[in-house]
Design a protein around this ligand. Structure first.
Ligand code: FAD
Length: 397
């Protein structure tokens, strides 16, 4: 039996653990977080790959983990609709997907508070070192440890995240925080607004597990305002938190300096009224720095990188979770087909996943350039959501 260790127990790691377990591997997951993971509240656009683990089970109801907005809309400067089409996409929340996957995996094989700090391999297996001195040994180590991957740093020390030249101001508001008329306008649609120097979008996210016993997820509105910020002093100053600490990838709610918040809110006055209102109604906007990353390799003998530990794509395609799931599904297929020869499996698996990642990164770079710098994204253009190609995130039904 093939013995597998998965480093990182989020969506990519859990999908790998489950699909490898299902083909007969003995799988152990080590997750660094001391407690079960909790979503950042950003929402997740479904793709068939994201929910394949659920949809291949009989009787599964997509409505139990996601919701379907009615419309894709482009909004003009006055707040009017310039283009509207039926929305083929569904939105979910991190918590719904994580809990669903976690429930399918053996609790005694999912170790929280277990950070992998190193590994080395020989001809027969991989030695895995955990914080605190614990060790494990396996035939295959799957590294699904996310955007700040320790495994990637150990395997590809020269590789660094590349700044895209823009950041996203973000926020989430509940119906109670927003003017009811504006909530009614926005909550059944994915709304884009294109400006000469960037773009905004607003979409509903199902918030699960809010009130104990609640069965229907409440719909919150999530917004992103992509703004260009030159690398160097301007970015460094913006990303210095209230305590004076320089942050690299994000500034969480409550940590953005008051002066930057005030400036962003003042700038928002120039936006279409519903978008200005939603931004002004957000108590604690936060910042995500837009980066990407293209590794030259995902397979290293008996060790592989999957999900955000491998490629990081800009968020425009809304495909990060789908890519992590796809890496996992294709990996388990390759392991099954190689009949226990892990090294051969990874060799066969790698080219397709490299190609997928490269294409996704290239597509999202092009999308970002058109939205943020060239102003060539046309109102009414199909949304850039998709894993292999634009549109493949559409969900049946
Ligand atoms: C807690 C959490 C909440 C998120 N919420 C959202 C959201 O609301 N919307 C959205 O679009 N995306 C969200 N994401 C990101 C999203 O899950 C990923 O971008 C995407 O699904 C790819 O998943 P991944 O498994 O490759 O990486 P990630 O989801 O980033 O998971 C990486 C995991 O590895 C663990 N880890 C890191 N280092 C080690 C180590 N040394 N040893 C063991 N474990 C380690 C991390 O704790 C983390 O759980 C969230 C991620 C996390 C971790």
């Amino acid at each position: 039996m093939t013995c597998v260790v998965v480093m990182g127990g989020s969506l990519g790691g859990l999908t790998a653990a489950l699909t490898l377990r299902d083909i007969g591997c003995e799988v152990t997951v080590y997750e660094r977080s001391p407690g079960p993971l909790v979503g950042q509240g950003a929402g997740i656009v479904l793709n068939p790959a994201t929910v394949r683990y659920f949809t291949t089970r009989p009787g599964f109801d997509l409505d139990s983990v996601s919701m379907a907005p009615h419309w894709v809309r482009y909004m003009d400067q006055t707040g009017g609709t310039v283009h509207e089409a039926p929305c083929p996409y569904r939105f979910s929340s991190y918590n719904a997907l994580y809990r669903g996957l976690l429930d399918c995996f053996e609790a005694e094989r999912y170790h929280l508070g277990a950070a992998v700090i190193g590994f080395d391999q020989d001809n027969d297996g991989v030695n895995v070192q955990l914080a605190g001195g614990r060790r494990d040994r396996c035939d295959l180590l799957v590294c699904a440890d996310g955007i700040r991957s320790t495994a990637r740093r150990l395997l590809l020390p020269e590789l660094a995240l590349a700044y895209a030249g823009y950041i996203a101001w973000r926020g989430t508001v509940s119906p109670a925080e927003l003017d009811p008329q504006i909530y009614a306008t926005l909550h059944r649609a994915v709304t884009y607004h294109i400006r000469s120097d960037g773009h905004l979008l607003v979409y509903p996210i199902p918030v699960v597990d809010q009130a104990p016993g609640a069965t229907t997820p409440q719909l919150h509105l999530n917004w992103l305002w992509y703004r260009n910020v030159a690398p160097g002093p301007a970015l460094d100053e913006l990303m210095t938190d209230r305590a004076g600490v320089a942050r690299d990838l994000s500034l969480p709610p409550g940590m953005v300096q008051e002066g930057h918040l005030a400036q962003m809110r003042a700038d928002a006055v120039r936006l279409p009224p519903p978008l200005a209102e939603i931004i002004h109604s957000t108590a604690q906007p936060f910042i995500q720095v837009i980066v990407d990353l293209e590794p030259p390799q995902m397979a290293f003998g008996r060790v592989c990188l999957i999900g955000d530990a491998a490629f990081v794509a800009r968020p425009h395609a809304a495909a990060g979770t789908a890519k992590a799931a796809e890496d996992a599904w294709t990996l388990s297929t390759a392991v099954a087909e190689a009949g226990g020869d892990v090294i051969a499996a990874l060799r066969r698996w790698e080219p397709g996943q490299l190609q997928l990642g490269q294409r996704l990164v290239a597509r999202t770079r092009e999308t970002g350039r058109r939205f943020q710098f060239e102003s060539t994204w046309h109102e009414g253009a199909p949304l850039p959501f998709g894993l292999y190609e634009v549109g493949d995130s559409a969900m049946p039904g």
